[in-house]
Ligand binder design. Structure first.
Ligand code: 21W
Length: 223
């Protein structure tokens, strides 16, 4: 999969190389290309923002640098083009697997008050928000989406952390987990987990997962 990211803050994406995604990039499992929108500004001072028509607080990103940056990407017409936006569709796990069906994504990150509506109308296929809280821009949301997608790319996760046995896939939150030592600060690991009875362990984990989901997320407990 190829992912192009357009941003005014390309340095924010340096941290991707530090994680599992960095390994995936090195192994050529995923091709991530960070594009600095400012490089495409035709303004003599490389300006990329301006005041909003109609007044109001804050600056808006101007359409020309964004339009030129996107249309300079080879194959941009066929790519799935996403604008990270507070008014977008709220990101959910089922949307991750849909996105893995595309082999070319373009992620546009807004900053300040966002982008001129005309680049959205001309070029964008889908607007996505990562939740109901206010950030300073779309860069962290873009990294969240890249992180979620990378877990679905064969070879990114080891088999010990497969995408099947995880929270949300069976609709439940995670059961409590323990590693060595079997006693820490006076707290013992539940007896059943060291019993060696795999069926009892499976049942215990299922019950604990249900209990914790009912307590913390009754909204996802329906089924
Ligand atoms: C936050 C821009 C609020 C604009 C009408 C006009 C991308 C984000 C963002 C930001 C406003 C995402 C207003 C979750 C987020 C993002 C920056 C609106 C008031 N109303 N997902 N102006 N949260 N945020 N300002 O903030 O770009 S995805």
């Amino acid at each position: 999969m190829r992912i192009d990211v357009l941003t005014l803050f390309p340095e924010m994406f340096d941290s991707l190389r530090a994680s599992l995604i960095g390994k995936a990039i090195n192994k050529n499992l995923i091709d991530i290309n960070i594009i600095n929108i400012r490089d495409y500004s035709k303004d003599k001072h490389k300006k990329c923002d301006d005041y909003t028509f109609g007044g109001g607080n804050g600056m808006l990103m101007t359409p020309q640098p964004i339009y030129d940056a996107i249309t300079s990407i080879e194959g941009y017409e066929k790519a799935h083009k996403i604008y990270l936006s507070p008014r977008g569709k709220v990101f959910k796990q089922n949307m991750v697997s849909s996105l893995t069906n595309f082999d070319h994504l373009i992620l546009l990150c807004g900053h300040y008050e966002g982008v001129d509506q005309r680049v959205i109308d001309l070029l964008i296929d889908e607007e996505i928000s990562i939740g109901d809280f206010v950030l300073t821009g779309g860069e962290l949301p873009a990294m969240v989406i890249i992180d979620c997608i990378s877990r679905y790319i064969p070879g990114v996760l080891g088999n010990s952390e497969s995408v099947v046995d995880e929270s949300f896939s069976d609709g439940l939150l995670e059961y409590p987990q323990y590693t060595r030592p079997s006693e820490f600060m006076g707290l013992k690991v539940p007896e059943v987990l060291i019993s060696g009875d795999h069926e009892k362990v499976r049942k215990w984990r299922e019950e604990e997962a249900k209990k914790i989901t009912k307590q913390r997320r009754p909204d996802i407990m329906k089924n």
